[in-house]
Design a protein around this ligand. Structure first.
Ligand code: FAD
Length: 629
């Protein structure tokens, strides 16, 4: 049937965190884009915790922002509390996190998307993917209302909705998340096309009425004195006094005993839930079962927004029967009178094992069809958002006939995430950790703009304003770096400060930069001790982010240089492309396991091949010789 509607360059199915970024990016780059989602009032809804960022996830949001994506801006506009985590560790570990106003996040994302000229919206439920007869090329989608929509590229970002099944104790019912229906039809259509489908599970804690809590029994947690934004464009955030507070509480043996009374009715333990959940975000029943010797677990009571009493109980994710949840909550100190607004639940959903997509997020089976977000087996808003961004960019570029846009593992956590997914696959919900990145000293949250904004601008995503800010900052960094490298400091000015900081005094004049690697010394100590240096630095800039950057660059220069050398070496393999049609059967000297794994993953570069488990260094040498010939 001919479509009633005009045809589009790109259709994005689903307006969660992946879909919002995908639609925003595709439209910004110039593709005529249609965003179809089940509920236009639930754009970028936070299904689980009202928070953005955190360890390694904060780095992802900074990278999305540096490229010109939306999540960082929206997180800043809707944050109720901001904290930089891991400040006691080195800068590679510093990770921004904010507590968000759930409703405001969704509203602000919609505002951002509505500003995009090329972006069109439709509320509907997609039930089928339309392709050419041989299934090799996507041509559009069909919705529940019977309409068809045509496009050159389609991005599926259906999150936890694919055949979603919600569990609360013995109760189970179809749903994509609490209060919303599941998406039925797409998985079957894709299976018919030859896609492999799997099941995963995740869960969420109960929400409670903040007025029913005895806060005297909890510890208070404030936001940062000097809150730092996610976006390189944000200038103002709420002050510490304006920000909302969080609270810390603990379970105890009594709570654990109460939770155990529900184990025989728990879908987790009685076999009703078969699929794997996020190992690093376990349910409370999982925690007390696996760590039986622990007599308490920490809980964070987090506000859901500026204007609501609803609170989120981080650390208490559960799918136990509702009566058990309620009674267990009431045994937590401070929660004796708690009112539960929504019970916790677990959800099982379809995902498509990600060896089926390429680096560009396009599927290998059907040209023009892209997957992004939880559908690829990840968990988390940030993980979803960055995939959406990359899929949106690449879908739009494909329509324009431009080459695919890839971020390497050495350029960003985004690159690490995508490479991990397509190379190693995932059998449990994948979340980002700093330990997944081999070059984490290079991939810091503070330098995401220096790594990525130029790339984002080149592809038409990062705005002129963003690019101008970036160039000015970079210039200032270079100038300040040169000043500190050349400037000579003298014992009479430095020694009182060095003594105060508890470090060795000078015996002769030295270059300022030689003092910065000392752990006790910051760039601010130097300029405070030497008014002339301070004056010279101030003529360059007073932007604290520039000072921080120069300090990190000088303090960690040795590590950074070594890391760049390793990247250089690795890039030789990364740049060696493997033809899509390569027949591994013809290369005799490959090990049989290596050949089998290479055939399944079909890596796009020699570097990617070298990271496939089961492919040996000798397989890589054989492959390298073969490719060179
Ligand atoms: P989603 O945010 O799920 O968005 C999917 C969107 O697609 C929705 O807007 C939906 O309406 C739309 N859609 C779906 N199917 C169709 C269709 N056929 N037609 C039109 N529109 C469609 N993450 C964590 O990091 N930690 C956690 O502890 C955690 N717990 C979670 C617990 C629960 C119960 C749930 C539901 C999610 C949890 N998550 C957790 C995951 C987090 O919510 C997701 O990782 C993230 O939202 C995924 O983003 P997404 O864009 O891929 O999908």
């Amino acid at each position: 049937m001919k479509s009633l509607y005009p045809s589009y360059d790109v259709i994005v199915v689903g307006a969660g965190h992946a879909g919002s970024e995908a639609a925003g990016a595709a439209a910004e780059i110039g593709a005529k884009t249609l965003l179809i989602t089940m509920n236009l009032d639930a754009i970028a809804k936070m299904s689980c915790n009202p928070a953005m960022g955190g360890v390694a996830k904060g780095q992802l949001v900074r990278e999305i922002d540096a490229l010109g994506g939306l999540s960082g801006i929206v997180a800043d506009q809707s944050g109720v509390q901001f904290r930089m985590l891991n400040m006691s560790k080195g800068p590679a570990m510093w990770s921004p996190r904010c507590q968000s106003d759930r409703a405001l996040y969704s509203k602000k994302m919609r505002d951002q998307l509505e500003k995009k000229e090329n972006l069109h919206f439709r509320q509907d439920n997609v039930v089928d993917v339309i392709t050419t007869d041989d299934g090799k090329k996507v041509t559009g989608v069909r919705t529940q209302t019977g309409q068809t929509f045509e496009a050159q590229s389609v991005i599926l970002t259906t999150g936890t909705f694919g055949n979603g099944l919600i569990h609360i104790g013995e109760n189970q019912y179809g749903g994509g998340r609490s209060g919303e229906r599941a998406s039925v039809g797409i998985s079957a259509a894709l299976e018919k096309l030859g896609f492999e489908v799997g099941r995963l599970k995740t869960g969420t804690p109960p929400r409670i009425d903040g007025r029913s809590i005895d806060y005297d029994k909890l510890e208070i947690q404030y936001g940062d004195e000097e809150p730092q934004p996610f976006s390189f464009l944000t200038e103002n955030l709420p002050t510490k006094e304006e920000q909302l507070t969080c609270w810390i509480g603990y379970t105890n043996d009594e709570v654990h005993d109460m939770l155990r009374t529900g184990f025989d009715r728990s879908p987790m333990f009685n076999g009703r839930i078969q699929s794997t959940g996020p190992r690093y975000c376990p349910s409370i029943e999982d925690k007390i079962n696996r760590f039986a010797d622990k007599d308490r677990h920490q809980l964070f009571l987090e506000p859901e927004g500026w204007d609501t009493y609803e609170m989120y109980l981080n650390g208490f994710s559960t799918s136990l029967p509702e009566d058990v949840q309620f009674k267990a909550l009431r045994t937590i100190p401070g929660f004796e009178e708690v009112v539960m607004l929504r019970p916790g639940y677990a959800i099982e959903y379809d995902y498509f094992p990600p060896h089926q997509i390429k680096r560009s997020m396009e599927t290998k089976i059907t040209e023009g069809l892209f997957f992004a977000g939880q559908i690829n087996g990840t968990t988390g808003y940030e993980e979803a958002a960055c995939q959406g961004l990359m899929a949106g960019i690449n879908a739009a570029r494909k329509v324009n006939g431009d080459e695919e846009f890839i971020i390497k593992r050495s350029e960003g956590y985004i690159g690490v995430l995508i490479d991990d997914l397509i190379t190693k696959g995932t059998e449990e919900p994948y979340r980002m950790f700093t330990s997944r990145a081999e070059h984490r000293i290079l991939l810091r949250q503070d330098n995401a703009d220096l790594r990525l904004t130029e790339l984002g601008h080149k592809i038409g995503l990062a705005s002129e304003e963003r690019f101008k800010n970036y160039k000015e900052k970079k210039q200032a960094i270079d100038k300040l770096h040169d000043l500190i490298a050349d400037y000579t400091v003298y014992p009479e000015k430095m020694d009182p400060m060095l003594k105060e900081q508890g470090t060795t005094v000078l015996s002769q004049p030295v270059k300022a930069k030689t003092l910065i690697p000392r752990p006790e010394i910051s760039i601010y100590n130097l300029i405070e001790a030497d008014p002339e240096l301070r004056e010279k630095a101030a003529t360059i800039t007073e932007d604290p982010r520039v000072y921080e950057q120069v300090e990190i660059q000088i303090k960690y220069a040795g590590y950074i240089e070594k890391e760049f050398e390793m990247v250089e070496e690795m890039n030789q393999k990364e740049n060696m492309l493997i033809p899509e049609t390569l027949e591994y059967e013809r290369i005799n000297s490959l090990s049989s396991e290596g050949r089998q794994k290479l055939n399944r993953v079909r890596p796009e570069t020699l570097g990617q091949a070298s990271r496939i488990s089961g492919v040996t260094p000798s397989d890589i040498s054989v492959l390298m010789v073969y490719l060179k010939n």
